[in-house]
Design a protein around this ligand. Structure first.
Ligand code: E4P
Length: 217
């Protein structure tokens, strides 16, 4: 499963990219506003740091407007994926961009039928939001399992399932169990993945024994 990092914060991206774990980046208008940087400038720097797909979201609601914005965003770098909302206008823009060889990420997906529409529109990625479904007492990960089952019925569909709105390490684990293609992970959750008290205790015990041995490497 590929790991994308879900942030527009350059410091976080630089730090985590150095671990070799970051296969791509996802941003959205909220994350860009939070980062407090000029969108295009920030995108340029992100694309230089991470060679994998970097999702940049349009804000227009009509197809023509989305395509105009997409034109500017895709000029930033070759690894930009244009993020469009799950609307008919978004799907029309998706088809046009996909026909032009552009990677499209259809976002705000909350049902398996919506995911099927994104795939039929030629999306490179569809982003089902698991955390926001959990927030309204639905099982977000059940949606991922449903989409996986459906896409597996049609091997010609090339759209990758990009698990979004990830809130904790259990979401990442379950996404991998189900066989999602990508999981976009907030920096704090990615850092949590490595933590285990037995790892810390093991390192402390080994170092204490090593010190007693009086040896050096
Ligand atoms: C990423 O592509 C999504 O925009 C993001 O994961 C949404 O996360 P949130 O539901 O925590 O805002």
């Amino acid at each position: 499963m590929k790991f994308f990092i879900d942030t527009a914060d350059l410091t976080e991206i630089r730090d985590l990219a150095a671990t070799g774990m970051v296969d791509g980046v996802t941003t959205n208008p909220t994350l860009v506003a939070k980062a407090g940087r000029d969108f295009i400038e920030a995108l340029k720097e992100i694309c230089a740091l991470v060679p994998g797909p970097v999702s940049a979201e349009v804000t227009a609601l009509d197809t023509a407007g989305m395509l105009r914005e997409a034109e500017k965003l895709r000029a930033v770098a070759k690894n930009i994926a244009i993020k469009v909302p799950m609307t008919w206008d978004g799907l029309k823009a998706c088809r046009t961009l996909a026909n032009d060889g552009v990677m499209v990420n259809v976002t705000l997906c909350f049902s398996a039928n919506q995911a099927l529409l994104a795939a039929k529109a030629g999306a490179a990625f569809v982003s089902p939001f698991v955390g926001r479904l959990d927030d309204i007492s639905q099982e977000g990960m059940e949606l991922i399992a449903d989409i996986r089952d459906i896409f597996d019925n049609y091997p010609a569909l090339e759209t990758e399932i990009l698990v979004a709105s990830v809130r904790h390490p259990a979401h990442v684990l379950e996404a991998a169990r189900i066989g999602a293609d990508v999981c976009t992970i907030p920096p704090n959750v990615l850092r949590q993945l490595i933590r285990h008290p037995l790892t810390d205790a093991g390192i402390a015990a080994f170092l204490a024994d090593w010190e007693k041995s009086g040896q050096k490497i």
